[in-house]
Design a protein around this ligand. Sequence first.
Ligand code: CUA
Length: 365
Amino acid sequence: MRRGLGGRVRRLRVAAIPAVFVFLASCASNAPQDTLKPDGPISRKIDHLFYPVFGIATVVFILVQGMIVATIVRHRHRPGKPDPVQVHGNTKLELTWTLIPALLLAVIAVPTAKTIFDLAREPTKNVLPVDVYGHMWWWEYRYPTLGISTANEMHIPVGSPVRLSLHTIEPGLPAAKGEEFATGVIHSFWIPKLAGKQDVVPGRVNKLTIQAEEPGTYKGQCAEYCNLSHANMRLRVVSQKQADFDGWVAQQRKPVEKPTSGDAAAGYALFTGKGTCIGCHTMQGVAGATARVGPNLTHLQGRETFAGAMFDVTPENLNRWIHDPSAMKPMRPEQGTGMPNLTKTGPHLTDAEITQLVAFLETLK
Ligand code: CUA
């Protein structure tokens, strides 16, 4: 008897350890993806709905659990004690505990429905439309009214609603007849501080509005399992004052500046020729270099990260990446999803050639 109890206590203790860690994780003060610290009017609407509902749920939880515990203690079995009064079939009681929750749900439904419609409403003033394309495993952004495209790090003007149209495509896979690109898989676009999650679904275009109140960098990630590197499909939103944003747009519109000497010039020749890089990557200003299998690299150095916002853009990381991309981030290039190891396939790049390519990538401001 005693031994059985000891075992149960030990097991409870072991189970408590992960629970304590999960609880402590919620205390992080600098969590960049804290959905409870909204930074825009869209996410604040969700926050304003969450707190009253959470408050009501907490009161209900404490009342119900309190009554259960009180009942267990008060009416526990003791020798010689008669059964407590039975209330099964008591119409008054049953009506009460059916009507109170129904009333509560009806009350909560009012702000919930209002918030759902608010969030779905298309903004009308000063809207910036952006087409978001989920790829396995990175994000492509195209600005139809500005004529620019970029990857993983979306820039937006502070204070303006940005209306996202969410697509999923896989240009590395064979397209169906009559289609420009193969249909991708499901992703979910999620910037916790700016908006709720929105699924990115094949065959339809879902909409999501985001808006930031302050200039800054907001982190997010794909929130729907999308195969091998789902966990390595992060993203960032960089909100900027209008003038800074306009400067960024002007820079993004520029074509690549062709380097004229040294390793960078050799790298340019490789990128646009033998290296086969433009078979997958867009390079503005290079004839025919418009592919969308991989990210548009024309202004790579204007980003902090690459490969699904996973790695800092540094010469060392780019070198390591070209040597063996799947060693840094698991991908399936042989199945058309992800960057191939070009030292083992295609151009069979040498160390010297990779150094030249990186020297060229370093010039892409
Ligand atoms: Cu894309 Cu998970």
